[in-house]
Ligand binder design. Structure first.
Ligand code: COA
Length: 206
């Protein structure tokens, strides 16, 4: 099962594959968020600029064509060509065992608007319903509360700690693995759909 490069919609946002002309908007979003990204993501070095963004967009288009990974840029539904709000991606970790992973970041001046929650919930739907994944994981650095909140709001299950998994800013960071299984997703369709729509479900886990 593969994905068509069609836009995906949430209540407030549109997720669409990268185009070559997104390089400047991506550079601007990363530069505007570099202090926060630098804290958690190994690629976000303080000198990140247009060369790195152009490389990312080139690789992203290639990875999509080769069905290795599906990167989406997040924009406002109302003003599609406006601010680059962040990235969300889904990829197979194991095709044989149908395990996938989702990763995300959001520009700092747009944080806490529910962007990561809506986008991740939409890609969870895509992972289970279209890519037929059996298991989807999120790996979150210990101490990254905002990202842990995203996992919690989606009702991903906290599995355990991967010790010293990634080196960021010269230090090894432990990561927590969160997962959702296909039969858990089936029981939570309404909850996830509410999150995609940008609604606050009354009971997390309902
Ligand atoms: C983590 C990140 C993606 C969250 O994006 P976002 O669009 O702000 O996420 P949402 O608005 O959907 O949800 C964030 C939640 O965290 C909460 N939050 C934000 N900062 C927080 C903090 N410092 N401590 C505790 N909670 C925090 C928000 O209040 C919200 O929870 P709520 O809805 O219960 O109020 C964004 O902060 C980011 O890109 N950070 C840097 C890069 C990164 O960490 N990427 C993820 C790697 S796993």
């Amino acid at each position: 099962m593969e994905l068509e490069p069609d836009p995906l919609f949430t209540g407030q946002f549109v997720l669409r594959p990268f185009r070559r002309r997104d390089v400047d908007a991506l550079t601007g979003a990363v530069r505007a968020s570099i202090n926060e990204l630098h804290e958690w993501l190994p690629w976000a070095h303080l000198g990140y600029g247009r060369i790195e963004a152009a490389h990312f967009v080139r690789e992203s288009i290639k990875a999509w064509r080769e069905t290795r990974a599906y990167d989406y840029c997040i924009r406002d539904r109302q003003e599609e060509e406006s601010l680059h709000l962040g990235n969300v991606s889904i990829w197979f970790v194991s095709r044989g065992f149908r395990t996938g992973e989702i990763g995300y970041w959001v520009r700092s001046d747009q944080a806490s608007r529910g962007i990561a929650t809506q986008a991740t919930a939409r890609l969870a739907q895509i992972g289970f319903d279209q890519l037929r994944m059996h298991r989807i994981v999120l790996r979150i650095a210990v101490g990254n509360r905002a990202s842990e909140r995203v996992a919690e709001k989606l009702n991903f299950v906290r599995e355990g700690i991967l010790r010293e998994e990634l080196k960021v800013r010269g230090s090894w960071l432990d990561h927590t693995v969160y997962s959702m299984l296909d039969h858990e997703f089936d029981r939570q369709r309404q909850h996830i759909a509410d999150l995609v729509a940008g609604e606050q479900p009354s009971i997390e886990g309902a």
